[in-house]
Design a protein around this ligand. Structure first.
Ligand SMILES: Nc1nc2c(ncn2[C@@H]2O[C@H](COP(=O)(O)OP(=O)(O)OP(=O)(O)O)[C@@H](O)[C@H]2O)c(=O)[nH]1
Ligand SMILES: [Mg+2]
Length: 449
């Protein structure tokens, strides 16, 4: 328990119907009551009353709710005042409460206290920040599943088993002269194998998890004049990028957010790719296109169906995109309005007229199908760099332990590896977390949360 009482405005800093000021700490109720004129607060009841200046002048009419410790968000004494959302009123109420003995809260400090008082695990506290930031149904689903604790239930159970094995190994070390074996090596081996598989599945989901949380980068790529910018505009239903019949119109990349089927996409229009750019600016544009291709989660490859056959388009794409690893790619045959009839394209080709806005629904569906196939709809995805790093360390310790088991290595070394694995996993849920990591995590929060 902390001994000071913190205060902050918990709602957004803008004029609004209501603004909430929150206090947490041992003196929360005492301090609030210095300025409160109304019924004596009873636990978890809503009271109507007045907030008064020290002079006795009325500052605001407000609602007060008192949550006694430990049954509050932070686990401490909490008071919430719902005032009128005037910036003057909110600032003045906070000023008064500070004069009355509270201290301004740092970003995320309420949630930090909730974590320190074991109301939330660390990954759940992070999920609170994710939930507040979530802009799409998919990002929301990810945050909620992490908040529910489903995310790491399994991993926590594994960690528990590691702890038990470690205890047995330590017992063996205590009896080292007697050459006993309390911990079954074959059981340990299968547990570690299972745990490694689980960790690898989570690590593999990291790119998808990040894409869901931060917006899925989707690059629109193709030769100059294929109609990429027209397609971006059509998908956004807005004339965002400049369109012209001059090849090489788009120089710099243009990026816009688009919400589609519960996902947040980052649509990126790029400079048309060609082998012999007309000038240095276009060449720089093409360099940027290649960068965006490497970072994209998905590529829409657009070709001009009135100017090239499917075979030619593939040939060009192959030459322009190179043979290195590429993100998944959707083939878009644009300008079909200029064709008398559709050629017998294979079914992976999506016929479309960006200018006439025909065929967009099929393209949207194909994008969604690909995202589902890439696993973006799953509830459990790794989405934080911090978790990723911890899991990488846990995996390498587990691999170390498995190698030791393989060649009958010493108990001491084995215990060392298990300890490292267990610590790395413990950092994710917050069972073991150095202070500087805590500081970093909670600085990501808004003030008042
Ligand atoms: N007939 C027809 N013309 C189109 C279609 N889509 C784009 N165009 C035309 O094709 C020309 C090039 O379009 P842009 O969207 O600027 O092409 P781009 O791929 O962005 O070209 P760069 O930025 O130069 O790489 C413009 O004159 C568009 O009006 C379409 O579906 N049908
Ligand atoms: Mg363009």
């Amino acid at each position: 328990m902390t001994d000071d009482t913190i205060v902050a405005v918990a709602t957004a800093w803008a004029p609004a119907a209501i603004g909430v000021v929150r206090l947490s700490g041992p003196e929360a109720l005492t301090i609030a009551r210095r300025y409160w004129q109304g019924p004596a607060p009873r636990p978890r009841r809503v009271h109507v009353g007045h907030i008064l200046e020290p002079s006795g002048q009325l500052l605001d009419q407000a609602l007060l709710v008192y949550f006694p410790a430990p049954h509050s968000y932070t686990g401490e004494e909490v008071v919430e005042l719902s005032c009128h959302g005037s910036l003057y009123v909110l600032r003045r109420v906070v000023e008064l409460l500070v004069e009355g003995g509270a201290r301004l809260a740092r970003p995320g400090e309420f949630t930090l206290r909730a974590y320190l008082n074991r109301k939330l695990s660390l990954d759940q506290a992070e999920a609170v920040a994710d939930l507040i930031q979530a802009q799409s149904a998919a990002a929301h689903r990810l945050a909620i599943s992490q908040l529910k604790g489903a995310y790491f239930e399994k991993i926590r159970a594994f960690r528990q088993k590691l702890v038990e094995f470690l205890a047995l190994l330590e017992l063996e070390l205590d009896f080292s002269e007697e050459d006993v074996e309390f911990a079954s090596r074959s059981q340990l081996q299968s547990l570690l194998g299972e745990l490694k598989g689980e960790i690898e599945r989570l690590l593999a989901s990291y790119r998808a998890g990040q894409a869901v949380r931060q917006g899925i980068p989707l690059a629109i790529v193709g030769r100059p004049n294929a109609g990429k910018s027209t397609l971006l505009n059509a998908l956004l239903a807005e004339e965002r990028a400049i369109v012209s019949d001059i090849p090489g119109t788009t120089r710099d990349t243009v990026e816009e957010r688009l919400f589609l089927g519960g996902y947040e996409l980052r649509l990126i229009d790029t400079a048309g790719l060609r082998a012999d750019p007309a000038d240095p600016i276009e060449a720089e544009g093409i360099r940027r296109t290649r960068e965006k291709i490497a970072q994209a989660f998905l590529i829409l490859y657009v070709f001009d169906a009135a100017a090239e056959t499917w075979e030619e388009a593939q040939q060009h794409a192959h030459t322009l995109l190179g043979t290195g690893p590429l993100p998944p790619l959707l083939w878009v045959a644009n300008k079909v309005d200029r064709l008398a009839e559709l050629p017998p394209w294979p079914k992976e080709v999506i016929p479309l007229s960006a200018r006439e806005k025909v065929g967009l629904d099929k393209l949207q569906q194909a994008i969604l199908d690909l995202l589902e196939k890439a696993g973006l709809g799953q509830e459990v995805l790794l989405s934080h760099a911090r978790h990723y790093e911890s899991f990488v360390r846990a995996r390498s310790a587990i691999e170390g332990a498995l190698a030791l088991l393989e060649r009958g290595g010493g108990t001491e070394l084995l215990a060392e590896e298990l300890r490292a694995a267990q610590n790395a996993i413990g950092e994710i849920t917050g069972e073991i977390t150095p202070d500087e990591i805590l500081g970093h995590i909670f600085s990501r929060f808004c003030i008042g949360k």
